[in-house]
Unconditional design. Sequence first.
Length: 318
Amino acid sequence: MKFFELPESLDAILTRCVICPHRCKVDRKQGEQGFCLSGYEPVISSAIPHHGEEPPISGSRGSGTIFFSHCNMKCVYCQNYQISQEFEGRQYDIPELSETMIKLQDSGCHNINLVSPTIWIPQIASALFTARNNGLSIPTVFNTGGYDDPKIIKMLNGTIDIYMPDMRYSSDDMALEYSMVRQYVRHNRQSVKEMYGQVGGLKLDSEGVAVKGLLIRLLVLPGNIGGIKKTLDFIKNELSTDVYLSIMAQYHPAYRACEYRDLNRMITAKEYLDVIRYAEKKGLTSGWTQDHISLSQEEDLFIPDFKDKKIFKYYRKK
């Protein structure tokens, strides 16, 4: 397996941090903080086998999910706000992060699922380098909110097997208002194009579990604030109609969403089906949808509580 061989180069970026589009240029190795308020050692809330991801990611044995704290976006509706904005978790050094990956593999997980990895890319690269040398062989999943720097993503070529980015907005104004990030559309689309160029379309094994490729997540927001139809146009025109999509109906008002009239409600079945039909019209039929009715009936099963060891009510019921 080809593997990224220059974790030192990425690590050096943190002395004048430009690891994401904010380009804060703070020295995180000396404790300086930028937009994400993170330091040097990664903060992790939990590392568990997770069965609530898309079918090819969770499979039958679960996805080895590492939930990183801090984030380079400040989404006012973030369901993971306890870790993204309130920084629930504890610091891990690089050897401990590497050991955690090995333990998840030993527990039978199909992959290592890195949730909100963007601001921790250098540390993750170093930990993966060590873990691979110590026997880690399962795929890695880069599970990102999509505010990435394409130049940094390019440096990950050969390190990441499966990219699973959000494409949250097709309007920079909406991205700034609801997630406090600038030029989201350009950075997001260029990064996704780079991801697709590295790994291509999603490839599944004989059990239907992903081993490599791109899976794009599209969260339907109330009133289609995210502008998903324009994003679908981009995917068809700039990537391929064969790209796998996960079109999600699971939005619920979380964190500060109640402060925003447009966001303070669940989406309707009509809003969701409108997106599905548009995707089908564009020939984008590979991937997964969610049952809007079932979600409204059991919506809280996968709402996370990172102060609970089991995180999701789904696991507490077992």
